[in-house]
Each structure stands twice: as structure tokens, then as C-alpha cells.
Design a protein around this ligand. Structure first.
Ligand SMILES: Nc1ncnc2c1ncn2[C@@H]1O[C@H](COP(=O)(O)OP(=O)(O)OP(=O)(O)O)[C@@H](O)[C@H]1O
Length: 569
């Protein structure tokens, strides 16, 4: 910045030599080499100072945007369910890209314009006063007029900028949602309706943007008119002073030069105000996110355990999802359980009975109330979140794959893991034969969200990712729903051997899965309805026994249909 200001200072000396030249010409003195060379030298120096200074200021803008982007990204990584139920992915992407770009422009261009033009305005004012105090004082009444016009329009620009940026966010959210749901849109033949819906949002955005640009041009024109009017008065009065011999022609020329220099920041007012107001509203949108404290974080007195065995205790655990804002039914209601280290537990229950919620609370993807979830006798809220998540692996209900190799997807937590371990996990998830058929085996790319794999293959890759970690606690959330019962039997028998001595909780809807567990917990409307072994629960004749009968009849029906249709059912 100081280099650019130095350039402005050099520029301010030019009119002095211009004045010297003109005054000499006026009296027939043709010794013009000194002023001409001085002006040339000053121009060269000014050019060098400006270029170096501008490059530096741009670098500052780019560096600041980089830092901000990194901070924002890290902050997003730490957020929990309340945050993600409030902000859409499209909105967050718009803030991360568009708003940070506006802040970069504000720093790189806006501050340069403000400080540099402001500085040159002050310098010009001093030089003008030195040349002609009376002409300079003539300008003073005009300054409040500039300020009032600028202030009124700037406020409107701020409000309009916020609307434009919010419009961009909702456009981005719409695109993101539509691309994610493209198969649903196409299978329902809704392409035209979605395109119309997008056109309406896009049109709304374009109108808001147009209004912002109109305000910007309005401000620029108002400033140009006001500065033009000021110049007219000065030129009129100054010209009169030249005619009357109060000032020389050289002084008058130099004065006009300084006047232009002083009015430059005002003429650039439209650009500057727009840059500042857009950058300001972008900064407000970014800081709104940065001010959102991550809801799941380490307690100040959290301390890690030396080793995690895998015993889990739930003590009167009740939970209402944050998106429900404390209203509605609790997803879990007064659940108390003791799960011993090394046990294999099956969680069974109807749709929406709270099975996934329970698993997510144990891995702290949701925050349980204090004193309700214990790992090896320690309240998990008193353990560092990173320890809980690295010792408790969870395979979610919806498998998610990254757009990279199969191997990197399976060994996601540790890219340097030995290939044999990856193969072993793939084999346990019954994925080994499938991978061997792929052209590049473990190095096969799976596309965005694993689009090149079938539903069952994705589910098994996600299972292998959980198994490969060999954690003391493994949570499987309905991971066998897309695999046939034969494959499921194979995986479960491998799982039993693999998880010997380690705790495993698996959610399922199928009695055929649950019967493999040491104990079965049946949830009903967020409460524990039954606990016991397969035989105990069948003998009890409760909900589990009913489910077993229903599923048994369904399996028999499928079997009969398969036989009568020759396997085409
Ligand atoms: N993010 C959320 N915000 C608000 N409510 C939620 C959220 N996730 C789940 N719920 C509600 O909590 C209850 C329990 O849901 P949960 O996903 O734990 O059930 P589930 O037994 O795993 O069901 P499923 O067998 O269909 O997977 C349901 O009533 C559900 O609507």
C-alpha cells in the first residue's frame, strides 16, 4: 500500500513542473528541458511504484481469501446435526465460493481504492491549498453533498447485495439438490418442471442483480454529476482569477490537475461503495457460519482412556432430535442397557423405532444428554470426541463412497494400510470375488458416490471400511438390507470369528440376521420392548416372536413362488 501511496505522492509533484513549464512558455522562456525531464522521470517512477504495490495488495487479498476458506472448511468439518439441518449444502458452497470471492475483491481492490484514492485526495487537497487557498475553500460546501448521496445509496446497496448473495445461495442449493436427485427427476419425467422451477429462481436472481447494478450505476452517475458541477464552479471562478491576474495560467492548470486527483475517489465512489457493501454483506454471511460453535466438541475436562475395552452402558437415555426443536416424540425414551465387552448384540424394531438414533449417540454423531451413555464406565461426553470416533466404528445405513479407488474407500482412515489387510476386509464383507472381476481390482475407480457400483456392492464396500479398522466397538446400521440371505449368512459367520472378544451392535429388520447375535434388543417407539436370546424371545411370544412368524411366512411365500416360477419370481 505504501508503494502505491508513494506513487501517488510522485504523481502529485508532476503538476508543479507542469506549472513551471506553462509559466515559462507564457513569458517566452523556452528552457523546458528541466520540467519535461522531471515529468518523464516522475512518470516512470510512479509506474514502477504502482505496479509493485498493486501486485503486493492483490497477493494480500488472495492470501486472506485462502486463510478464510481454510478456516471455513475446517469449521464445517466440525459441525453437527443442528447445523446441517439449518444450512443446505448448496448454500454452504455458495458462501464458500462466492462470498469469499467478494471478500477477496474487497481486500484486494476495495482497500486499495479506499486508501490509495483517499490518500491521493488528501495529498491533492494539500497541494491545491498551497496553490490557491481561495479556490480550494470553494470546494468545501460540496463535500457534505457527496457524503449524503453516498450514505443513502450505500445503505440500499448493502441490503440489495445481501439479497443477491442469498439468491445465489438458493440457486446453488437448487442445482445441488436437483443433481443429487437426477434419477428421481428423470424416472418421474419431471425435467421440464424442474427446469421451469430453476428458471423462476434464476429470473428472480437476475432481477435482483440488475437492481444492484442499477443502484451502482445510479451512485456512480450521481457522483459524476456532483463532481462535474464542482469542476464547473472551480473552472469558472479560477478562469476569472487568471483573467484578473490574481493567479498565473500555470497555477490554474496545476490546480485543475489536483482537482481531478482529489475528485477521483469520489468519481470512483460507485465502484468503491459497491465493493465495500458487497464484501461487507459477504463477510457477515461468512461470520454467521464461523460464529456457529460446533455443537459436539470436547468437554473442557475431557480426558482419554488409556485403552478402550468396549463395554457400553446406557442409563435412562432419552433423546429428541434437534431438528424437532424440542417438540414431538423422543426418538429414544428412557433406554437403560448393559452391553458387555465382546458381546454381539442385534437391535431389532419397526421402522422409526430409534435404532439408528441409538447407534449415532454411541459414536457421538449425536450428543447424548450427560450421564446417559458410558464407554468402559466413563461418560462418553468426558472422552475426547476423536477417541470415541476412532475406537467406535460405525457403518451407516446409507453407504457413502468417495470418488476414488476401491482400496482408498475401504482403507479410508489409513491410506497406508497394507494391501493384504484391505483384501481381508473385502473378503469378510464378501466383496473379494467382485473386486477381482473389476478391471483394475482394488485400483478401480468407483465414480461420484460410488455410482459405478450396485447398491449391494456399495453396501459391502462400506461394511469392509468398517471391518478393516478392527475397533473395540463396531456399529452396523442395517448393513445387510441390500444383500441376499445367503450372502448375509456368509458375512455374519465371518463377522462372528473376526469380532471375537470385541463388541458389535448390529441393527437389522430381519430376524434371520438377529438370531446370530448373543442377545437381541427389540426397540418399540424408542423404548426397549424386549431383551434376550433368540430362543428366549421366541418362547416369550412377544414382538420378536410376532416378527419371526411374519417374516417366516414371507420367506415361505418367496420360496414357493421361486419354485413354481422356476426361479423367475
Ligand atoms: N435428523 C432427524 N431430525 C429429526 N427427527 C429425526 C431425525 N432422524 C430421525 N428422526 C426421527 O427419530 C425417530 C427414530 O428414527 P431412527 O432413524 O432412529 O429410526 P430407525 O429405527 O433407525 O428407523 P429405520 O428402521 O427406518 O432405519 C423417527 O421418528 C424419525 O422420524
Amino acid at each position: 500500500m505504501s508503494l502505491i501511496n508513494a506513487g501517488r505522492l510522485l504523481e502529485a509533484f508532476m503538476p508543479l513542473f507542469l506549472k513551471m513549464g506553462i509559466d515559462r512558455i507564457a513569458v517566452g522562456d523556452m528552457r523546458l528541458a528541466v520540467p519535461a525531464l522531471a515529468i518523464l522521470g516522475l512518470m516512470v517512477l510512479r509506474y514502477i511504484a504502482f505496479n509493485l504495490g498493486r501486485r503486493y495488495v492483490r497477493e494480500v487479498g488472495v492470501d486472506a481469501a485462502f486463510d478464510l476458506r481454510q478456516r471455513l472448511y475446517w469449521h464445517l468439518e466440525l459441525q453437527g446435526p443442528r447445523f446441517f439441518s439449518r444450512y443446505t449444502t448448496g448454500d454452504l458452497m455458495a458462501r464458500a465460493i462466492n462470498d469469499i470471492m467478494l471478500i477477496r475483491q474487497l481486500i484486494g481492490m476495495g482497500t486499495r481504492l479506499l486508501f490509495v484514492l483517499g490518500f491521493s485526495g488528501i495529498i491533492a487537497f494539500i497541494f491545491m491549498f498551497y496553490q490557491s487557498p481561495s479556490l480550494t475553500l470553494l470546494l468545501l460546501p460540496a463535500l457534505p453533498v457527496f457524503a449524503v448521496i453516498g450514505w443513502v445509496i450505500a445503505k440500499k446497496i448493502f441490503t440489495q447485495s445481501t439479497q443477491v448473495q442469498e439468491g445465489f445461495s438458493s440457486l446453488s442449493a437448487q442445482v445441488q439438490e436437483n443433481l443429487n436427485g437426477i434419477r428421481t427427476i428423470q424416472t418421474h419425467a419431471q425435467e421440464a418442471r424442474e427446469t421451469d422451477r430453476f428458471a423462476a429462481s434464476s429470473d428472480h436472481y437476475a432481477k435482483n442483480y440488475y437492481k444492484l447494478m442499477s443502484l451502482n450505476s445510479g451512485l456512480t452517475s450521481a457522483m459524476l454529476m456532483a463532481t462535474g458541477f464542482t469542476t464547473l464552479i472551480v473552472v469558472g471562478y479560477g478562469g476569472l482569477q487568471v483573467v484578473e491576474g490574481v493567479i498565473t495560467l500555470g497555477t490554474f492548470t496545476a490546480f485543475i490537475f489536483y482537482l481531478n486527483m482529489m475528485l477521483a475517489p469520489i468519481k470512483e465512489g460507485g465502484v468503491m461503495v459497491t465493493l465495500f457493501q458487497r464484501g461487507g454483506s459477504a463477510a457477515a454471511r461468512i461470520f454467521e457460519i464461523l460464529d456457529h460453535e460446533p455443537e459436539i466438541r470436547d468437554a473442557p475436562d475431557a480426558a482419554p482412556l488409556d485403552e478402550i475395552g468396549g463395554a457400553i452402558t446406557l442409563n435412562h437415555l432419552s433423546y429428541v432430535h434437534p431438528a424437532a426443536n424440542g417438540e414431538g416424540w423422543p426418538a429414544l425414551n428412557d433406554v437403560s442397557l448393559e452391553i458387555r465387552k465382546g458381546e454381539m448384540i442385534a437391535l431389532l424394531g419397526r421402522v422409526g423405532s430409534g435404532k439408528s438414533t441409538l447407534l449415532r449417540l454411541i459414536v457421538r454423531l449425536l450428543d447424548p444428554p450427560p450421564g446417559t451413555v458410558y464407554l468402559d464406565g466413563r461418560d462418553i461426553r468426558m472422552l475426547p470426541v476423536s477417541q470415541v470416533r476412532s475406537e467406535v466404528a460405525m457403518v451407516p445405513q446409507d453407504p457413502f463412497l468417495f470418488a476414488t479407488h476401491i482400496a482408498q474407500n475401504i482403507s479410508y482412515d489409513n491410506p497406508d494400510r497394507a494391501t493384504e489387510e484391505v483384501w481381508r476386509a473385502a473378503e469378510s464383507a464378501d466383496l473379494e470375488a467382485t473386486i477381482r472381476r473389476f478391471p483394475h481390482r482394488l485400483e478401480t475407480m468407483v465414480g461420484e458416490r460410488g455410482v459405478t457400483l450396485s447398491g449391494g456392492q456399495k453396501q459391502r464396500a462400506s461394511l469392509a471400511r468398517g471391518l478393516v479398522r478392527e475397533t473395540p466397538v463396531l456399529l452396523l446400521d442395517d448393513c445387510f438390507s441390500s444383500v441376499d440371505t445367503e450372502t448375509e449368512e456368509f458375512i455374519l459367520s465371518r463377522l462372528k470369528t473376526l469380532r471375537q472378544g470385541r463388541t458389535t451392535l448390529m441393527v437389522s429388520h430381519r430376524v434371520s440376521t438377529a438370531r446370530h447375535a448373543d442377545r437381541i434388543i427389540v426397540l418399540d417407539e424408542g423404548r426397549v420392548a424386549e431383551i434376550g436370546t433368540h430362543h428366549e424371545l421366541i418362547a416369550k411370544g412377544g414382538l420378536y416372536a410376532t416378527l419371526e412368524r411374519q417374516q417366516g411366512r414371507r420367506d415361505e411365500l418367496v420360496q414357493t413362488l421361486t419354485e413354481t416360477t422356476g426361479g423367475e419370481a
